[in-house]
Each structure stands twice: as C-alpha cells, then as structure tokens.
Ligand binder design. Structure first.
Ligand SMILES: Nc1ncnc2c1ncn2[C@@H]1O[C@H](COP(=O)(O)OP(=O)(O)O)[C@@H](O)[C@H]1O
Ligand code: SF4
Ligand SMILES: [Mg+2]
Length: 362
C-alpha cells in the first residue's frame, strides 16, 4: 500500500467509500515442528460500511485464519506476526481507527469489540456453544454482556431472534441444551447469538453449509434485512457461489495465504483478471439462488503448507505461467480501478517487457 492510501484509510475513507474495517498486510504464521506455516501471508482487504465482502478460495488458503485474526482468536503455535487491522467508527468515531492487532489481548476494548462491535459465526457450530448451558442462558448472557438490558428484556429479545433465524417454537428451544439440537439448529442459534448485539461487522465463516436450502435462503434474507436496518457490514466466507452471487457486493479471492484478486461481484464473475479466479470459475455453469454451485476443482494440488512455491505461489498450477519469471519473482498487486485489483504479472506491462527483453538477449 502506498503512503497516500494508508493516509486516506487512517481517516476511514477510500474514494467514495466509508471503510469500516481495513486489514493491512496481515501476516499470521504457525510455528510448528519442521517450519513455519505462513497461513496468512500479507493479506490486505477492506470492508466498506454496510457492504458485504465475500471471501472465496480453496480449502486451506487462509480464509478462516484471516477471520479469526480480526478477533485476535489465534492460538499457539500461531501468532499474528505483522500487519494492522484497523476498525473505524464506534468508540473510535471521534478519532483515529483502532488497530485491533495492537490491543491488549486481555483488555476492555478488545472484549467490547468481540461479540459487540464485531460478531463471528464459526465454521463449526458446536465449537462456540457451551454444552453446559441452555440456549437461553447463552443467548441472554451474550446480549447482556454488550447491551444494557434486564434479564427479562434480554430473554424477550433472544426469543424474537430465534424466531427470526427460522427456529420454530423458540420459547422451547431457549430451554434446550445444544446437544439436544441438530447441527442445522445449532448453526441457527449461533447466528442468533452473533446478531443479538447488533454488531457493526458480522464475520460469517461458511455459516450456512449445514442448512437446507430453504433455511439458508431465510437466513440470507434476514441478514439482508438487518443490513438494511443497521448498516451492518459483513465478511462472508463461503464455498457456495450461488450465495456469493446473491449477497456479495465485492469478492476477495484468496490463494495460499494471499489475496490474488478483489473486485465488485459482477466484475469478478464476468471479467475475472487473475488466472486463479478464471480457473475457479471455469466449470461453473450458471449462478442462481439455491443452485448450490460449489467452487470448481481446478487441476493440480494446493501445495503442502510448508512447501510454498517460490515466485508466484500459483505458478505450478497456472496455465498462463511464464517460465523464468513467474517461478522466480513475486507478482505485484496491480490496481485495476477503484476497489479492483489483481496480483499477477500479466497486468504489469513493464515487467513483462523487461522479461521479454532479457529472454531475447540470453
Ligand atoms: N493450529 C494450526 N497449526 C498449524 N497450521 C494451521 C493451524 N490452523 C490452520 N493452519 C494452517 O493454516 C492454513 C490456512 O488454514 P485456514 O485459514 O483454516 O484455511 P481455510 O481457507 O480453509 O479456512 C492451512 O494451511 C492450515 O493447515
Ligand atoms: S503471476 Fe504468473 S503464475 Fe502467477 S497467476 Fe500470473 S501468470 Fe500465473
Ligand atoms: Mg475455513
């Protein structure tokens, strides 16, 4: 990022957009026996207020670790080793955005952000529900930590939310323990808990995978309603391109811990600028609600975490790779327009010309 751009972000704006969250060159690494897994390796992305950014990419490319980093939920042997995560507005409305990476992990501010300003729905529903307490206990507790409501008011709000995420007879479910519920039901409870404090940002990590198509459609409608009511922003991680087509304003495509392309959803689908995005989309027929279009499998394997290729990380699988260049030099991130960019040397005319010149001389 250039200094100018960093400056505009520190004021929470980018062009015409109010930026709620700015992830700036984030690196989150795992220090394991045998080496360092660079799970997130220089990710930059931003989320405008009131908009939905969908994050896509094959399994293992760092989507969940990026999401967890935003809430500082990385456990040993993992650690955020570099970068900033700037959150604008809220308590910091009067001043500069707060850098979540720099916050005291045990401090008041981070606690207020977690579940209050930023809520997260995890990939594994059971991981964030306690088996020891009823749904009602957990929902009321979550609401009362962040909102100044009586137990009775919080309980009423909980019941209402359970109804809104499509849970029949919500009063009864309030009395149930998570293990008494199906996976899909737990996922809905988790979504209700996440939404209970009206977060400014919802991070949803493959939140609708265990749900049937009707419930999924209902949850997506609920999220859209809440977004209209409260200007909530969303980071939505999903494998389901039907969902992306329906809810995304923008799409971020990740590969091996980096962002390879980002842009408005229509441009990503109809005019992808990175070979990886093109490969992902290649075998997708048509988008449509409920179609459950999964990401295509593309030729070749994602490299093992400790065997990151030199140069462009995608080069061993890229049909457009240029020998002697793509396997040697890291490709530059090229700005292609406002909030539109791709990390591929094919967009760097100067570097291509220089390489051709060198190749011709040798
Ligand atoms: N606790 C851990 N220890 C070591 N490596 C991890 C750990 N958690 C995740 N990773 C690695 O980080 C990379 C990114 O994982 P993740 O963010 O979960 O991918 P995904 O895009 O599927 O959500 C993967 O290579 C994964 O193996
Ligand atoms: S930099 Fe080279 S290898 Fe990487 S995506 Fe572009 S063309 Fe393919
Ligand atoms: Mg994941």
């Amino acid at each position: 990022m250039t200094e100018d751009r960093a400056l505009s972000l520190s004021k929470g704006r980018q062009g015409d957009h109010d930026i709620l969250l700015e992830i700036d060159r984030l690196r989150t690494h795992f220090f394991v026996d045998g080496g360092v897994v660079r799970a997130v390796d220089g990710v930059s992305l931003s989320v405008p207020a009131g908009k939905t950014v969908c994050v896509v990419g094959e399994s293992g490319c760092g989507k969940s670790i990026t999401a967890r980093s935003v809430l500082r939920l990385i456990e040993r042997p993992g650690r955020i080793v570099d970068g900033r995560i700037l959150l604008s507005g809220g308590d910091s409305a009067a001043g500069e955005p707060v850098d979540v990476v720099a916050l005291d992990p045990e401090g008041e501010r981070l606690r207020g952000i977690r579940g209050g300003e930023i809520a997260m729905v995890f990939q594994e529903p059971m991981a964030s529900l306690s088996p020891m307490y009823t749904v009602g206990n957990q929902l009321v507790e979550a609401i009362r930590v962040h909102l100044d409501l009586t137990e009775e008011e919080a309980s009423r709000r909980g019941v209402e939310l359970l109804g809104r995420v499509g849970i029949p007879r919500p009063e009864r479910i309030m009395e149930s323990y998570p293990f008494q519920l199906s996976g899909g039901m737990c996922q809905r409870v988790m979504i209700a808990i996440a939404l209970s404090c009206r977060p400014r940002l919802l991070i949803a990590d493959e939140p609708t995978t265990a749900l049937d198509v009707t419930t999924q459609a209902r949850i997506l409608d609920l999220l859209a309603d809440l977004q209209a009511e409260t200007e909530m922003s969303m980071i939505f991680i999903t494998h389901d391109l039907g969902v992306v087509a329906e809810i995304a304003d923008e799409v971020v495509v990740m590969y091996l811990g980096t962002v390879v392309e980002q842009g408005p959803v229509d441009e990503i689908f109809h005019d992808p600028q990175h070979p990886y995005t093109r490969a992902l989309l290649a075998s997708i027929p048509r988008m449509g609600r409920g179609a459950r279009q999964r990401l295509a499998t593309i030729p070749g394997q994602v490299p093992a975490p400790l065997q990151r290729p030199a140069g462009c990380p995608f080069h061993p699988r890229c049909t457009e790779a240029i020998p002697g260049l793509c396997d040697v030099e890291e490709p530059p991130m090229i700005e292609l327009g406002e909030r539109r960019r791709a990390c591929c040397v094919l967009h760097d005319r100067e570097r291509l010309d220089r390489h051709q010149g060198e190749a011709a001389r040798s």
